[in-house]
Design a protein around this ligand. Structure first.
Ligand code: GSH
Length: 224
């Protein structure tokens, strides 16, 4: 039994896309942030960090997207979630790319999306603008790479593309000007055509509809 603990619009989407692409059978469990369920003893027993995603596999819980993606890639080798490394340095390069998403891009996403969490509402716009400037450099890096090949690792899709897609979608929705990055836009739109991605998004939509029905959907205040 595999369970993905998730909340709509969060980086749990990265894990959901990989699970769907790998054809793994799994159920999703909605974590209601507005009720603080992610900080509840029940959830923290699974992930003491109080964050999604958490992937429960036969009672064992795996956290952190980088770990989840590398686990899934190894568990379902035929799915080709990540390139097959033949040397330790190749393996390390793949890990570095995934860490670029989790450790460099994701913190900027949070500052662009929720700047008020970092320095209060009065400084939110300044935080957002600084994060956007930092993001420009990294979006250009992705843009340059995607101007040569359709997917991050070349001609073949990988779970890294799912990670980049979530980053793109999250900041686009927060008003970040993506129009300067046409290859990245094309990448996002190509992602949305993939059947597995559509299935992952449908799961999220169902979870979001449930939150809305319960009056628990989170709407971040607009900044800028
Ligand atoms: N490094 C973690 C980041 C997880 C994370 O920050 N998740 C966010 C949603 S995108 C979360 O659960 N935030 C709730 C909180 O921090 O209170 C990963 O890659 O899985």
């Amino acid at each position: 039994m595999i369970t993905l603990w998730m909340a709509p619009h969060t980086c749990a989407r990265v894990a959901a896309i990989a699970l769907e692409e790998a054809g793994v059978e799994f159920e999703t469990r909605l974590v209601r942030f507005m009720l603080g369920e992610h900080k509840s003893p029940e959830f923290k027993a699974r992930n003491p960090k109080g964050k999604v995603p958490a992937l429960e596999i036969d009672g064992e819980v795996l956290t952190e997207n980088v770990a989840i993606l590398t686990y899934l890639a190894e568990r379902s080798p035929a799915a080709g979630l990540l390139p097959v490394a033949t040397t330790p340095i190749e393996r390390a390069h793949i890990l570095a790319d995934l860490c670029f998403c989790s450790a460099t891009l994701h913190p900027l996403v949070t500052r662009i999306r929720m700047p008020m969490f970092f320095a209060g509402p009065e400084n939110a716009l300044a935080v957002k603008r600084i994060a956007e400037q930092a993001m420009d450099e990294y979006f250009q890096l992705v843009e340059d790479r995607l101007s040569k090949v359709p997917w991050w690792f070349g001609e073949t899709w990988s779970a890294m593309d799912g990670y980049l897609y979530w980053v793109f979608w999250r900041v686009e929705g927060a008003g970040y000007d993506v129009s300067r990055f046409p290859r990245f836009i094309a990448h996002a739109r190509a992602m949305e055509l993939r059947p597995a991605v559509r299935r992952a998004l449908a799961r999220e939509e169902a979870a979001q509809a449930q939150l809305e029905a319960e009056g628990l959907a989170f709407v971040p205040p607009k900044v800028g």
